[in-house]
Ligand binder design. Structure first.
Ligand SMILES: Nc1nc(=O)c2c([nH]1)NC[C@@H]1CN(c3ccc(C(=O)N[C@@H](CCC(=O)O)C(=O)O)cc3)CN21
Ligand SMILES: CC(C)C(=O)C(=O)O
Ligand SMILES: [Mg+2]
Length: 280
C-alpha cells in the first residue's frame, strides 16, 4: 500500500512530503483524460495528470497550443468522477496563464471550482516564479514543469531533449529551483539529459517527477496512451508496457470479417421470440 490513509484522496502536501523520505517509494504518475482510463490509473497511481497532451492524443492536433480551459474542465470532471484515491492535477493550457499572475489565478481557480481537482500544473522556469507564488499564496497548489515545455513548440522549433550540453545546466537547474522556491509542491522535468535530471533532483527541495529524465528522479510520469501502445509513434523515453493498439486492430478486423460472413451476431447475441401465453 502507498502512504495513504483509508478513504482519503492524496493531497498536494502528501506528495510534497515524499521528498527526502528515504523510505518512500518513487511517486507513480500517469495521465488520464477520460473516466474509463482514470478508473484504471486510480488503482495504481499517486498522481493522475489531466494533461494538455490530450490535444494531440485525443483531438489529433499536432501541438498542445489549441487546447482551451473549457476542454480541460470537461476532461478533468470526467477524471474526478472516476477516481477516489489519486491526486488529480490539471494542466493550465497555452495562453490561459502566461499574461500574468491574475490571469493565471482566474484560470486555475475556475478549474478548481468546476472540477474539484487538487492542483494545477503550468510550464516554465524562473519567469513563471512570480505567478507560482501568487496563486499558491491564494490557495491553489501548483506543480511546475521545466525542461522540454511543449507549449513553447513555436519558439523551440521541435520537440527534442533539452540540456544535452553542460553549459546549459546552471540555467535549467535555476529554473526548477525558482519554481520550487516560489511554492510549487512538485516539479515535472521533461526530456532532459540524464545527468542534468540527477542534478535537478538533488537541487530542488520538492519532488521532481521525471519524463524522459532519470530513474533517480523522485517519481515518474508517462502519457498513458503511449505506455499502453495506443499512440502510433512515441517519444524515445516511452516504454510500451502493452500493445493495446495492435490488439484493438485485430479485434476490429475479426468483427468486420464476421459481419461480412454473417457469423455475427449468433444466437447468444440475439433475442428469441417469447413463446406460450406469458404476459407481455
Ligand atoms: N503522446 C504524447 N506523448 C508525450 O510524451 C508528449 C505528447 N504526446 N505531446 C506533447 C509532448 C511532446 N513530447 C515529446 C515528443 C518527442 C520527443 C523526442 O524524443 N524527440 C526526439 C527528437 C525529435 C526531433 O528532433 O525532431 C529526441 O530525441 O529528443 C520528446 C518529447 C512529449 N509530450
Ligand atoms: C507529459 C505530461 C508531463 C504533460 O504535461 C501532459 O501530458 O500534458
Ligand atoms: Mg502538459
Amino acid at each position: 500500500m502507498s502512504a495513504q490513509s483509508a478513504n482519503r484522496r492524496l493531497t498536494a502536501p502528501d506528495i510534497a512530503a515524499r521528498k527526502g523520505d528515504a523510505e518512500a517509494a518513487p511517486i507513480v504518475a500517469l495521465t488520464a483524460y477520460t473516466a474509463p482510463m482514470a478508473r484504471l490509473v486510480d488503482q495504481v497511481a499517486d498522481v493522475i495528470l489531466v494533461g494538455d497532451s490530450l490535444g494531440m492524443v485525443v483531438y489529433g492536433y499536432d501541438s498542445t497550443l489549441p487546447v482551451t480551459v473549457d476542454m480541460m474542465i470537461l476532461h478533468a470532471q470526467a477524471v474526478m468522477r472516476a477516481s477516489t484515491r489519486a491526486l488529480v492535477v490539471v494542466d493550465l493550457p497555452f495562453a490561459a496563464y502566461e499574461a500574468g499572475p491574475v490571469q493565471a489565478f482566474e484560470a486555475a481557480a475556475r478549474i478548481m471550482k468546476e472540477t474539484g481537482c487538487g492542483a494545477v500544473k503550468l510550464e516554465g522556469g524562473a519567469h513563471m516564479a512570480e505567478t507560482v507564488r501568487f496563486i499558491t499564496q491564494r490557495g491553489i497548489p501548483v506543480m511546475g514543469h521545466t525542461g522540454l515545455t511543449p507549449q513553447a513548440i513555436a519558439t523551440l522549433g521541435s520537440f527534442r531533449a533539452q540540456g544535452r550540453e553542460r553549459a546549459q545546466w546552471p540555467q535549467m537547474i535555476a529554473d526548477a529551483q525558482a519554481i520550487a522556491e516560489a511554492g510549487a509542491f512538485s516539479v515535472v522535468v521533461e526530456a532532459v539529459a540524464e545527468p542534468l535530471a540527477v542534478e535537478i533532483t538533488k537541487a530542488v527541495h520538492v519532488p521532481v517527477i521525471g519524463i524522459g529524465a532519470s530513474a533517480q528522479c523522485d517519481g515518474q510520469i508517462l502519457v498513458l496512451d503511449d505506455m499502453l501502445g495506443l499512440t502510433p509513434r512515441t517519444p524515445k523515453f516511452v516504454r510500451r508496457y502493452a500493445e493495446i493498439g495492435a490488439q484493438a486492430e485485430r479485434a476490429l478486423a475479426d468483427y468486420a470479417q464476421e459481419v461480412r460472413e454473417r457469423r455475427f451476431p449468433s444466437p447468444q447475441q440475439t433475442y428469441p421470440e417469447r413463446k406460450g401465453d406469458q404476459k407481455a
